[in-house]
Design a protein around this ligand. Structure first.
Ligand SMILES: [Zn+2]
Length: 541
């Protein structure tokens, strides 16, 4: 190698390493630790108005993924309409993080100063702002100076070094919807070894399953073009399903127009609007397909990094525009609570379909797993509401009116269906109970449980539908199955890899008679994709 070339290589190497040590980002951009310090301080100062909650951890550096929960009585678990907003999915796109930080500060300051609009949002809604979804990627970009570090930090080639472009998984390609169909065009869009391999993606998935926001807002920034635009799901591009999804046609296109018109870019123009195709394993497509969430992606400005005051201007403009969604979350909505007629308890695996909007492409719409409630943004009008749950008689409510004003709220009580026979059960999911009739102890065996299913509960009902025993269980981190609700008086639980076995010893006070054993298994990957089965048994004292 000629001497001059060696010199050039040496200078280049020094330049790279010195840049990596001293990234020259505008100090207005929060680093990962500055975000955490700032929201911790705000939550201390404004503890009446918000709390911060750890939602999960990043995969390599184990950095907490914090959510800021802004609502009245923030420490309580409440059944309010949830709006979720997050930034920092891609490590090299700091604008969305700054919008989140602006919104948190602005909302808290407005609440503190008695602003009545902010107070209404705070009373009626649960606003969740998650400033940095992918802390590991942001550390690589903002702290370590890899200006193009977009993905997570997964060491894909197992060489112990984190290499730009080679390592990392795109958190917006790691979801299980359209997983098999998707092939990454470049390493920047690497989908990972399997769906939900990335901790930050699991964190968001579990948040959505638990909280069921009506809106999920996902802030990004493009490299150079295609920005100042908001993307809504959902657009089909295949065969008979060509066109906008049913919720988009019903009311989401209007929401998008309202949001775009209220959001100004750095030159003062309103945001452009687009419709996302559903062909990639993204957060946006997954949240709509599985959970019916109105999921919106914003591409903020036309570049990833700015310098100077314009950073604050961009944050304020996008933040103010996003407030239109808080207003929309207060009205034109159907809220359906599903309960058991005899116990009054929520049925947390119920289905609430709007017949007019139930497109065959989509799975049924479900209630949340804590309160048994479904919320649906709708255009003003009359709707047919189909409510059902495994083991219950379904109900159809005709001509349910949803106004343009405050939400329409229904409580639908379902009666347990005791006629479920063994013959109705799927062949591959067999429940056996023996001896039957039984005298002192009943062995309940569930065979052929598919991969990805975890036992949620084994419940025993009497003929009036009253639950007399619950052998609930949960898979423990070490792979064994342990009791969650069971007491020694009601049951013991054993497990093998393919068969789950439970023993029920009725309490001495229980009378002889017919009982229904109901087993429910939840899918770890597909909400609402679990199975339930029931079997009648006879107890003779
Ligand atoms: Zn992005």
């Amino acid at each position: 190698m000629p001497r001059r070339a060696i010199l050039t290589v040496a200078i280049f190497a020094i330049a790279i390493s010195s840049f990596a040590q001293h990234p020259s980002f505008d100090p207005r951009y929060h680093t990962v630790s500055q975000v955490i310090e700032a929201i911790t301080a705000l939550a201390d100062t404004y503890s009446t108005y918000c709390v911060i909650e750890s939602l999960g951890y990043s995969g390599v550096d184990s950095i907490t993924i914090w959510g800021v929960k802004i609502t009245e009585n923030p420490h309580l678990e409440q059944n309010k309409t949830v709006v979720e907003i997050h930034g920092g999915m891609h490590g090299d796109e700091p604008a969305g993080v700054e919008v989140c930080m602006w919104m948190i500060r602005d909302l808290l300051h407005r609440l503190h100063s008695g602003d009545s609009i902010a107070r209404t949002w705070w009373e009626e809604l649960e606003i969740w702002i998650i400033p940095q979804m992918n802390p590991d990627g942001r550390v690589m970009c903002l702290d370590s100076g890899y200006i193009d570090w977009r993905k997570t930090k997964r060491d894909l080639n197992f060489n112990g070094i984190y290499e730009l472009h080679i390592d990392g998984v795109d958190p917006n390609r790691n979801w299980d919807y359209m997983w098999d169909e998707y092939v990454a065009p470049t390493l920047e869009f690497e989908k990972g070894p399997y769906p939900f391999s990335e901790q930050c993606v699991i964190t968001m998935r579990d948040f959505y399953i638990r909280k069921r926001p009506v809106f999920a807002v996902d802030f990004h920034s493009p490299c150079s073009t295609g920005g100042n635009k908001m993307w809504f799901s959902w657009f089909f591009n295949e065969g008979e399903h060509y066109g906008h999804g049913p919720d988009a046609i019903n009311n989401w296109l209007e929401i998008r127009t309202e949001y775009a018109n209220a959001t100004l870019d750095e030159e003062g123009n309103t945001y452009a609007r687009g419709m996302s195709y559903h062909t990639t394993p993204k957060l946006q497509t997954w949240t709509y397909f599985h959970l019916g969430i109105c999921s919106i992606v914003l591409e903020i400005t036309n570049q990833r990094f700015w310098e100077g005051e314009i950073i604050d201007t961009i944050s304020a403009r996008v933040g103010r525009g996003t407030y239109t969604l808080l207003d929309r979350a207060l009205r034109q909505m159907l809220i359906t609570h599903v309960v058991d007629t005899s116990s009054g308890e929520p049925i947390t695996d119920a289905i609430v379909n709007i017949a007019e909007l139930q497109h065959p492409y989509f799975p049924p719409r479900t209630v949340d797993p804590v309160h048994g409630t479904n919320r649906r943004l709708l255009r003003e009008g009359y709707y047919t509401v189909d409510v059902s749950a495994t083991g219950y008689h379904p109900k159809t409510l005709d001509s349910v009116y949803v106004s343009s004003g405050p939400p329409t709220e229904l409580t639908v009580a379902l009666r347990r269906d005791l006629s479920i026979a063994e013959t109705d059960l799927p062949h591959e999911f067999a429940i056996r109970a023996y001896p039957n009739p039984f005298n002192s102890a009943l062995t309940i065996s569930i065979e052929g449980v598919g991969a990805g299913l975890a036992p949620a509960s084994i419940e025993i009902y009497d003929v009036s539908g009253r639950r007399v025993a619950c052998l609930g269980s949960a898979r423990q981190p070490d792979g064994t199955v342990g009791a969650r609700h069971a007491s020694p008086a009601t049951g013991r639980i054993h497990a093998s890899p393919t068969t789950y076995e439970f023993t029920w010893q009725p309490s001495p006070s229980l009378p002889s008679g017919v009982y229904l054993v109901r087993a429910r298994f939840d899918s770890a990957q597909r909400p609402g994709g679990g199975r339930a089965a029931a079997k009648r048994v006879v107890y003779l004292k």
